[in-house]
Design a protein around this ligand. Sequence first.
Ligand SMILES: [Mn+2]
Length: 295
Amino acid sequence: MSWKSVADLIVQDRNAPIAIIGAPMEAGSVTPGRCDLAPETIRRALKRFSTFDVNDNLELDLPVHDAGDLAVQTMMPSQGFDPIRQAVEAEALDHDLVILLGGNNAVTRPAAHALGLPLDKVGLITLDAHFDMRETDAGPMNGNPVRCLIEDGMPGRNICQLGLAPFANTGRMEEDAAAAGNHVWTIAACEDGLIEIVVDEAFAKLEQSGVLAIMVDFDIDVIDRSQCPGAPGARPGGLAVRDFFRAARHVAMNPKVRLVDLTEFDPSLDVSDISALTAARWVCEILAGYRLRTP
Ligand SMILES: [Mn+2]
């Protein structure tokens, strides 16, 4: 390779401002698949991205601490809660920003508990086709992390949900999200290049809620399925992949954002590496957004 790749930035360096950690959880998925393959697939795909963004004349020159991948492949979300929370918490203590590679969307709940703050001081933004408000009587799974977090004590006013897809949720979920006080922007509100405005609206809501730190969950199924076939929940009519990248960069520019995750990427469903390259580009955009933070 004649150029420096983004994979070359990922090294063992506890002083790095950013850490990356994989949580290859698959058990507890509504649609069983191979989300456990995502972290290694994304790491491999990062070798195909250079560190230079020609659009903005931006060189990614910051090291990223590699915290490895957790051994959660065979664990149910209830078993995986403590290992994920503890590992993410350790990284969040040492680094400004933690990038968590799922795994299915069940990794989001333990991660939100890992910022060293009570949940009423943590904000959660989701980019997701789904409310993730399924019932919790059978325990945590990939379809209910938002409901779990509300039951854990996160106020709905701390939760902003972006990109909800039509015919992919129930009226009951919408009612429950509204009753909890969640802030909601459907996919229609995120179209036509409006995603950065919507992200700013979400940040403003979280500012009003008085949160001290923000986690952003990027469920890759928010993207249009033609541009992200490797996500079981993705549907035609989803977010344009360019808007997904814009959202990632814009999110990472906010210093209150301490943790981002990418979930629901299933490499076994992918076509021509489209989703692998999309997930890896998401990492690049997060690093670019961090790089553009103003101190
Ligand atoms: Mn989800």
